[in-house]
Structure formats: C-alpha cells, structure tokens
Design a protein around this ligand. Structure first.
Ligand SMILES: Nc1nc2c(c(=O)[nH]1)N[C@H]1C(S)=C(S)[C@@H](COP(=O)(O)OP(=O)(O)OC[C@H]3O[C@@H](n4cnc5c(=O)[nH]c(N)nc54)[C@H](O)[C@@H]3O)O[C@H]1N2
Ligand SMILES: Nc1nc2c(c(=O)[nH]1)N[C@H]1C(S)=C(S)[C@@H](COP(=O)(O)OP(=O)(O)OC[C@H]3O[C@@H](n4cnc5c(=O)[nH]c(N)nc54)[C@H](O)[C@@H]3O)O[C@H]1N2
Ligand code: SF4
Ligand SMILES: [Mo]
Length: 724
C-alpha cells in the first residue's frame, strides 16, 4: 500500500495496543513502537510483536478449500461460494431457516460483527446466531446491566488506575494476559495505593500484590459476601451514598449478614484475618476499584458472583465517582464492540434487545426490511453448538475455533462432525476449519481496515498497512458474495467505512451509541469512547435526541460530542438513575469434588499463547516460549500421585481424559490443578471442562470442575511409580 509506517493496533487482546507497521518482504510487515497510544505507550507483548509471522504464506491459508471425497482440496472462490449458497438453500428448504446456524467471534471488527448479525437475520432469516464472547465476559455484562443498567467493560480509562487508592483484582492474571497494562498497577503502588489479587494460584500478577487471597476455585461469591459482611459489621458502609445513589440495599445487606467470616473461611479457604485486612485496605483510602476477569466470571454462578463484587463497591460508595468503580477486563481484541452490534443471540446493533419492538423497528428501518421479518432471540453459544446435527443442520463459522475452546470439547467436535454442512472463514486451517466442508481464507488485521472497541470502551481504527495476497478475500467480501447468491443484492457493502456509516445509524439512540463517531475522528483523536451520539454536546439533554441520522459533515466541530471516557458520574443508566443492589447468596459449583473426582480443575492462559492457539501456535518464537500443555499441581498432590516434574499426568473428568506433563509448584492450592487451554489433541483442557451454564449469562463453568489424577506410563513404558 504505502511505504511509510501505518499507525494501527494489535490483532489480539482487548488492550488493542497501538503499533506502527511498515511493509516487509514476503507480504508481511515490520512492527515498530507507536508511543502516542495511551494504553501501551509503545510497549507490546511477545504476541503483538510477532503477529506478522501469521501473515506469511507458510502458515496461512492461501486458497479456498472444499471437501472432495473426504479431503479438503483447493478450489476457486466461485466454486467454494456456490457450494455454501447451495447448501444454505437446501438446508432452508428442507428444514427451515432456523436450521442454518451462525457462530461468530469477539475478535471480529465492529464492521464484521455487525454485518454477520445482519447477514443471519436478513439473508438467512435465522434466529440461531451466537458467538464466542458468550464464553468470555458475558457474566460480567449481565451483572453490569442488572446493577448499572449498562454494560461497558471499564467505566473509566485505564489511566485512572494509578490515581485510585486500592484495586482488588479478581481472577485476572494480567501480567500474562495483558502485560503492558501492568504498568498502571506499578504506578498505583508507586503512588501509595495498594493492590489485592484474588486468584487460587500465586500468578505473576499475584506476585505484584500487597495482599494475595487464594480462594478455592468457584468460591468468589462467598468471598465477596464475607467482605461485605465485615464492611457492615465494622461500620464501613457509606450510608449517604447508599441512600442517594442506590436501591435494594436492605435485601443485599441481609444476605451479606448471613455470610459470617468464619463460614466464608470454611467455604473459600481464606482466613478471617486476611478478609479483615482486605476490607481495611479497600475501605481506608478515599477511592477504590474492583476489577474482575475470567476467574470469577467463568462460573455457573458468574453473574451472581460479579453482582456480589459490585454490591461491595456500592455499599462503600465506590462506583460512579471519580477514580472509583467496578470494571470488567474484557478479553478479545473486539470483546467489547463484538457484543454490541448484533452477533449475540438476543441482540441488535447499538446494544439493543431483539425482543424490544422499538429496537426492532429502528434497526429494521435502517436495514430496509419489515420489522416482523426479523427473527427472535436464539440460543446461547454452548447450547447452539450442542444443537448441531439435531435441529441445526448447517453452520457458518467466522472467528472462533470451538474444537479447542468450547467446554466439553470432544462432544462439541462430535456435534460439528454430525452437521450436514460446515463452512468456516479463517486465516489459518484451525482444528475447526479442518472439519469443514468449505474453508474460505480471509484477510488479516494488517491487510484490512476496521474498528474495534477496546476494554475501556474506546473505539479505535485499525488501518490497512499492506495489500492482501492474491486469492484472499475479506470477511465482508464473503458476506457480500453470499448475500448476492442468496438473493439479497443490496445492503452488504465490502468497504468497511461504508459498513461503519450504516452501523452509526443503526446504533443511534441505542445504549452503545456510535453515531457521532467517524473514521476521521478515530484517526484525529486516537479513538473515541462510546456513548458518542451525533447530537451536539451543547444541546439541552431532553432525552429525545434519537433521530441522529445527520451525516458527519453536518455536525459543527463545536457541537461534536466528545465521547464518554467516564460513565455514571452523575447517574447510572437505570430508569431512576440509581444503581441496583442484587441480593445474592453463596451456592456450590455445578460439580463439587467427591470420592471419584476429588480434585478441582481450573483453566486459563499463558503469556505466549493466544486462545485456541490457532494463530500463536504457528509462530516459532511463541512455541519456543510455550511449547505445549501442562498440568500445574502442588508438590503434595504430585507426591501422592508419584509424579515428578515433567512426568505425564492424566487428568480425568466425567467428560473425558487429558494427558500433559506435570509442572510442580507451591504456587497453587493443594486441592486444585490448573491447565492452560491453548492446545488441541491429548493435552486439550476442554476435553475435561463442564458445560454447566450460568442461568442468566449462559456462560459455561470453565473455571471449575471435578477431576481425578492418574499416573501415566512414561515414554519408556515404565509407569511413573507411586512414591511414599
Ligand atoms: N497470553 C494471552 N493473553 C490473553 C489471552 C490469551 O489467550 N493468552 N486471551 C484474551 C482473552 S479473550 C481473555 S478473556 C483474557 C483473559 O484474561 P484473564 O482473566 O487474566 O485470564 P485467565 O488465565 O483465563 O484467568 C485469570 C486467572 O483466574 C484464575 N482463576 C481460576 N479459577 C478462579 C476462581 O475460581 N476464582 C478466581 N478469583 N480466580 C480464578 C486463574 O488461576 C488465572 O490466573 O486474556 C486476553 N489475553
Ligand atoms: N478451558 C477454557 N476454555 C476457554 C477459556 C478458558 O479460560 N478456559 N476461555 C474462553 C474465552 S474467554 C474465549 S474468548 C474463547 C476463545 O476461543 P476461540 O473462540 O476459539 O478464539 P480464538 O482462538 O481467538 O479463535 C479465533 C479463530 O478465528 C480466526 N480469526 C482471527 N481473526 C479472524 C478474522 O478477522 N476473521 C475470521 N474469519 N477469522 C479470524 C483465528 O485464526 C482462529 O482460528 O475461549 C474460551 N475457552
Ligand atoms: S497485550 Fe494484547 S494488544 Fe498488547 S501486544 Fe499483547 S496481545 Fe497485543
Ligand atoms: Mo475471552
């Protein structure tokens, strides 16, 4: 494209670190420091630095593939697209539109996520669409909507963190999952603030903490209730704030009082003095924050668990005030935007609800269709995958690799194989793509333009730096071509900016209002925080500013809405402007240990691999750093098993069996083992995980299930023998 550096953002996690790209040989790019982006100020982790390796034709898909006599063989785009269209028509004719499923991803740009949702509802006419974000932060989203009336991961920019007094980081290992963000926590401590980390493991993040609480997996709900009990007992509530800015305190207070510290110690394993110390550290400074990540969220009670942590913030007056608040650290590159614009089962663009007649009417008008033609809400991600081959006969999958990342993965793999027809758009031949009937090779981050919304709610422009190789098309082109073949000639543009202009109109007046954001502003302002309505900021807020179709040229610069870096400072997004306490009580995990499966398994990430590993397992430098799966266990557990460091260990759950080398450390609770989930094959952690779902968010319980450990015959044929 051009030879000068293109400022853009990383393809991976929700920090969306800024980076500069210059074209390099063999169609790849060179990454260099981009200091002007405030989130990372030039710093990158190894994944971001090595992301160009996936652009190489040595590891990526270079041609469409179609299945012929059982194997995938190269084919022309015409043939591959025709094959998909024919199968959609056949499925629809034989079984109806809901037999066509769609599965998306939180890594897709806003333009792609928006188009995918529209494609499902308008072209396929199916209700059966959901995406991998359901596996990610959906419990925090549900809890945020309950309490605050709105879900935006962080209600403040990361740069506020160093200025608060105390942060409780619950189930986040950001030293490995978002390394450049560690800087904000170092600065917090340099400024005299304190960091509390809640994690069953002494992670690299926990090592930075002033206080590390290590509860049993799946007991964060009890922990938060115990802290709230102490807050009440020690008279540390903010009564004026509770009166003026919240509702529902009496019921929440009663639940908390039922959770005595000694009872909480028994459930969580965290000693009462540590609970008291945490309360003191959290309550003494003027401001404080609670941030959650996947630890407390990926539980079958994740919504209630996050609700309990929010209750703690509300009772102490630490939400909707400067430098205080609750936030969720969203995970995927577009984990925030990907949940706002319609690829979720129950949702329309602008974070609108699919079952809201006014929302349907607004979006149907933008789409030029009859509101009654829009299907209703569909199933959640795991339920959709579980229905493959029964009522869902064909699936279009874009931006996920569920063979590795879905819970109870062997079952999900079987379901995928039982489909009549599977089409996958990907950049590489992932484990899921390898099962497909048609695989379409798509462009990657450096080769296309599009917006993402990072964990702070900051909408960003990723810019194209190089021309994609011959034979590769974008996801938007794929949907355009398929729509045309299925009789919808208009409404599926291939130019991302054109899609964004439509998204602005579709989101106007919604919760996640992007109507005041343009590509030009994103470049000039280095990102804009939503909500950002097109209405002028000076206009009196009469609550009626929803006809926001004004094209950007008509907006006078003076009246441009500045965007909203900080939410809730005046009022919460509930009808009465008050935050809502949710009464929650402790309950057990879906699968507690017993005699047959006496140990708890929890799962998560390592710094050098990303998600299902589809991309990062194709990068030599990252594989050298993190070559394969492992089972992290305490020396006491290892001794009982007779396993030495590096010995293969079998982990067996009610779903299946996985084998990986032992990694022995005192940094984990003796009743718990940990496995990262980045690998396929024998060491696949998700062979074991429990698909028990949270009743509200439909989030599976990735963070705890019951397992037993078995010694395994070593490669030499000798079983690792029990040691005394
Ligand atoms: N290197 C790397 N970075 C990534 C990703 C990646 O795959 N690799 N993925 C991105 C995405 S999509 C996401 S969602 C984020 C995830 O970011 P994180 O949430 O930081 O990642 P995890 O490792 O899944 O879980 C965090 C911690 O939760 C702890 N934990 C386990 N069970 C419990 C529990 O019951 N309670 C509590 N309190 N803690 C528990 C684990 O020990 C782990 O250290 O990372 C993003 N960044
Ligand atoms: N046991 C366990 N399992 C987990 C988790 C856990 O903590 N423990 N975490 C869960 C979480 S938080 C998440 S977010 C999921 C993530 O798990 P997945 O949904 O599998 O996520 P990725 O591995 O990022 O898969 C993205 C796929 O899309 C491709 N891709 C990348 N960009 C594009 C694009 O622009 N277009 C198209 N068409 N394809 C693209 C990639 O090559 C890759 O194959 O895993 C979940 N699974
Ligand atoms: S921290 Fe996340 S966004 Fe930043 S370079 Fe690493 S993977 Fe990319
Ligand atoms: Mo995630």
């Amino acid at each position: 494209m051009q030879n000068s550096a293109t400022p853009t953002h990383c393809p991976y996690c929700a920090l969306q670190c800024g980076m500069n790209l210059t074209p390099a040989p063999e169609g790849t790019v060179e990454v260099s420091e981009r200091a002007d982006f405030p989130v990372n100020r030039g710093a990158l982790c190894g994944k971001g630095r090595t992301a160009p390796a996936v652009l190489s034709s040595r590891v990526r898909l270079t041609s469409p593939l179609v299945r012929s006599e059982g194997t995938l063989v190269p084919a022309s785009w015409e043939e591959a697209l025709d094959r998909i269209a024919e199968n959609v028509v056949r499925t629809r004719t034989e079984h109806g539109p809901d037999a066509c499923g769609v599965f998306g991803g939180g890594g897709l740009t806003n333009e792609k996520a928006y188009t995918l949702g529209k494609f499902a509802r308008v072209v396929l006419g199916t209700s059966q669409i959901d995406y991998n974000g359901r596996f990610c932060m959906s419990s925090a989203a549900a809890a945020g909507i309950k309490a605050f009336g709105l879900d935006r991961g962080l209600p403040f920019p990361l740069e506020d963190i160093p200025k608060t007094g105390c942060v409780i980081l619950v189930g986040s290992n950001l030293a490995e999952t978002m390394p450049p963000s560690l800087r904000f926590f170092h600065e917090l401590r340099e400024n005299g603030g304190t960091l509390i980390v809640v994690d069953p493991r002494r992670t690299k993040t926990a090592e930075q903490a002033d206080l590390h609480l290590a509860p049993r997996p799946g007991t964060d709900l009890a922990l938060a209730l115990g802290l709230l009990h102490l807050v009440v007992a020690e008279g540390r509530t903010d009564e004026e704030y509770i009166r003026e800015r919240t509702t529902g305190w009496e019921d929440a207070r009663a639940e908390a009082l039922a959770h005595w510290p000694e009872y909480v110690e028994r459930i969580t394993g965290v000693a009462v003095p540590e609970l008291r110390e945490a309360v003191r550290m959290f309550c003494e400074p003027e401001n404080a924050m609670v941030l959650t990540a996947r630890g407390p969220e990926q539980q079958s009670k994740g919504t209630d668990t996050v609700g309990a942590w929010i209750n703690l913030c509300l009772a102490t007056g630490r939400a909707g005030r400067p430098l205080s608040g609750y936030g969720c650290l969203t995970g995927q590159g577009n984990g925030q935007g990907g949940r706002e614009h319609g690829q979720k089962a129950d949702q329309l663009p602008g974070y609108r609800k699919l079952d809201d007649p006014a929302a349907r009417a607004h979006v149907a008008e933008v789409w030029g269709v009859d509101p009654d033609s829009l299907p209703g809400p569909g199933r959640s991600a795991y339920e959709l995958l579980d229905a493959l081959g029964t009522d869902i006969k064909s699936l279009l999958l874009m931006g996920s690799n569920p063979v590795v990342s879905a819970p109870r993965a062997a079952h999900v793999e079987e379901r995928l194989k039982s489909l009549d027809f599977l089409a996958v758009c990907d950049v590489v031949l992932s484990e899921t793509a390898a099962l497909a009937d048609v695989v379409l090779p798509v462009t990657q981050w450096a080769e296309e333009t599009g917006t993402t919304t990072n964990l702070e709610g900051r909408v960003l422009l990723r810019r194209q730096a190089i021309t994609p190789p011959e034979g590769i098309r974008s996801d938007l082109e794929v949907m355009h071509e398929l729509a045309g073949r299925l009789g919808v000639e208009k409404g599926f543009p291939t130019d991302p900016e054109e899609v964004f202009e439509e998204l602005r109109r579709a989101s106007a007046g919604g919760v996640a209002d992007y109507s005041g954001i343009t590509y030009r502003r994103l470049v000039e302002e280095n990102g804009v925080f939503w909500p950002c309505p097109a209405a002028t900021a000076e206009e009196p807020d009469d609550g009626e500013d929803s006809a926001l179709d004004a094209p950007p040229e008509d907006v006078e610069p003076l009246g441009v809405h500045p965007g909203t870096p900080r939410l809730f400072l005046d009022r919460f997004a509930t009808p009465d402007g008050r935050a809502r306490f949710v009464p929650v009580a402790h309950r057990a995990t879906a699968e507690e240990p017993d005699d047959a499966y006496p140990v708890l398994l929890t799962t998560g990430r390592v710094v050098a691999q990303y998600q299902s590993g589809a991309q990062t397992r194709r990068v030599d430098e990252l594989n050298a750093a993190a070559p394969g799966p492992f089972v992290e266990l305490h020396p006491r557990l290892a001794a009982r098993l007779g396993a030495a460091e590096g010995d293969p260990v079998a982990v067996v759950s009610r779903r299946g069996r996985a084998v990986a080398p032992a990694r022995i450390t005192t940094g984990i609770r003796p009743d718990t083992v940990f496995m990262p989930f980045h690998w396929a094959g024998e060491g696949r952690a998700n062979t074991l995980t429990n698909p028990a779902l949270d009743p509200t968010s439909r989030m599976p319980e990735f963070k705890s299930c019951a397992v037993r450990l078995e010694a395994v015959a070593t490669p030499g044929g000798v079983p690792s023998s029990p040691r005394p």
